[in-house]
Design a protein around this ligand. Structure first.
Ligand code: PNW
Length: 480
């Protein structure tokens, strides 16, 4: 009989643009997402983050929710343009923005909740994009990012000991600069590789700054969060097996290999050629080893086939339908997500074997189709989300206990329903239902399920790895 280690960190995650609102308040400057949302057609329901879940004003209520859910950690991101409205190293700091985040952090600590702070979750100051092309301009953006990080370490580092530089750089470079479905909406076959390169450098020089100037006193850890979904070959043909390796190198290795091993993957170089920038020897010395842990977000597994025209995925076709026509799992309210817990266990094992760093799952969650508060009972019965968390928590427990993978923490996405980027407000990932007209928050059943998981550190019941019986930990739920 085994259980999660007693120091295992349970928390929830959010991101500034998705929850804060108050876009034109408190001295905040615009970000590229404010601009992107204004272009008709970019956001499915035509919405934006102007109000979102109004967490700029309601942060105390949100912290009370975290407390009531029994978690001891909260991962949130800072809005760069709330701290430096124009973004640059010569631009003024907005003390009101600094004070806001200090209040939030103090409120968390008062409630015994440890902050995990992401510096960059996609909301680049518009000022930097306008001034010099933002992430495209290596000389400028690396210095401005490091300056921004320095202001944050100085302002909050006495209270914060867990720092994450970027959230999901693949989404920034590929969805923002190749596919054009995220801000700033560029479609290019050269820009994503430049942006990826500059994101890595900004991350690495920030980590160097923290280690050189802050770590000795503040005693924190710092790393990056990548995103990856476990890839499964469509069949055992050599092309599809090779396609899985290529997909892994393009999506994960493109960032993880330089940061943890010191080089770009050979498969990426072979395809991208001289469109992939090179690191100088001095840069590489800073990049290699620039993350104290392996932070990653994962939601699903994918069936991979050779072919297609999507360069950022490494020319593979991505789906959820097996060769025999069956589906991997339950589909979420977004087509890219199906539940498949065994893939999560495999992924945790793969990351540990490949990169040999302690792991934080910094996001994991599920969007249930067409959710509502039941009018009579006043509750949200999100059974599919409970099944999802049940399966994924079990898979993680197996990875930790049976396979010996050092997973240190797990953050559910998300504390609240929120602005789901190009999907707008239709797609709900929260364990708390938000009525966007009134901003009323209603805990969903899944929040109570995860509360039992994290408060009880439940005893592990070994399962067949391909059978994740719903709710096996808490039989009383089965009756409900
Ligand atoms: C992550 N995809 O983004 C982000 O870190 C969160 O801000 C976001 O709300 C969450 O996952 C849910 O989507 C992703 O298209 C965005 O594969 C898109 C994809 C994956 C993750």
């Amino acid at each position: 009989m085994e259980k999660f280690p007693s120091d295992f960190v349970w928390g929830y995650a959010t991101a500034s643009y998705q929850i804060e609102g108050a876009a034109n308040e408190g001295g905040r400057g615009p970000s590229i997402w404010d601009t992107f949302c204004k272009v008709p057609g970019n956001i499915r329901d035509g919405s934006n983050g102007d109000i979102a879940t109004d967490s700029y004003h309601r942060y105390k209520e949100d912290v009370a929710l975290l407390k009531s859910y029994g978690v001891r950690a909260y991962r949130f991101s800072l809005s760069w343009s709330r701290i430096i409205p124009l973004g640059g190293r010569q631009d003024p700091v907005n003390q009101e923005g600094v004070a806001f985040y200090r209040s939030l952090i103090e409120e968390l600590l008062k409630n015994d909740i440890t902050p995990y702070v992401t510096l960059y979750h996609w909301d680049l100051p518009q000022g930097l994009h306008d001034r010099y092309g933002g992430w495209l301009n290596k000389e400028e953006i690396v210095q401005d990012y490091v300056n921004y990080a320095k202001i944050c370490f100085t302002a909050f580092g006495d209270l914060v000991q867990n720092w994450i530089t970027h959230n999901e750089p693949w989404c920034v470079s590929c969805l923002g600069y190749q596919k054009g479905v995220f801000a700033p909406g560029h479609k290019s076959n050269t820009e994503p590789w430049i942006v990826a390169h500059n994101l890595i450098l900004a991350h690495a020089f920030t980590v160097k700054l923290y280690r050189d100037d802050f770590k000795a006193v503040q005693k924190g850890q710092i790393g990056i969060t990548l995103d990856f979904h476990w890839p499964i070959p469509y069949d055992e043909t050599p092309e599809n097996v090779e396609a899985v390796k290529r997909a892994t190198d393009f999506k994960l290795g493109e960032f993880a290999d330089p940061i943890y091993k010191g080089y770009y993957p050979a498969r990426v170089k072979a395809v991208i050629g001289d469109r992939l920038p090179e690191f100088t020897a001095e840069e590489l010395a800073v990049v290699k080893g620039s993350s104290d842990f392996f932070g990653f977000n994962t939601y699903t597994s994918q069936i991979i086939q050779d072919g297609g025209d999507d360069e950022t995925n490494g020319y593979v076709k991505v789906g959820h339908t097996r060769a025999d026509g069956t589906q991997l799992g339950t589909e979420a309210h977004c087509s890219w997500l199906q539940s498949y817990p065994p893939g999560f266990r495999s992924l945790l094992n793969y990351l540990w074997k490949t990169y040999e760093k302690p792991i934080y799952v910094t996001e994991n969650g599920f969007a249930v189709k067409n959710e509502n508060v039941l009018p009579l009972e006043g509750v949200v019965l999100d059974t599919d989300r409970i099944d999802y968390f049940d399966g994924y928590a079990n898979a993680m427990l197996q990875a930790v206990v049976e396979d010996g993978v050092p997973v240190k923490g797990y953050f559910g996405w998300s504390l609240l329903d929120n602005f789901e980027w190009a999907d707008g407000y239709e797609t709900r990932f929260g364990v708390t239902y938000v009525d966007y007209k009134t901003q009323k928050r209603t805990p969903k059943q899944s929040s109570q399920f995860l509360k039992k998981v994290c408060v009880a550190h439940p005893v592990f019941v070994p399962l067949d790895p391909h059978t994740f019986i719903s709710l096996q930990w808490f039989p009383e739920h089965i009756a409900a």
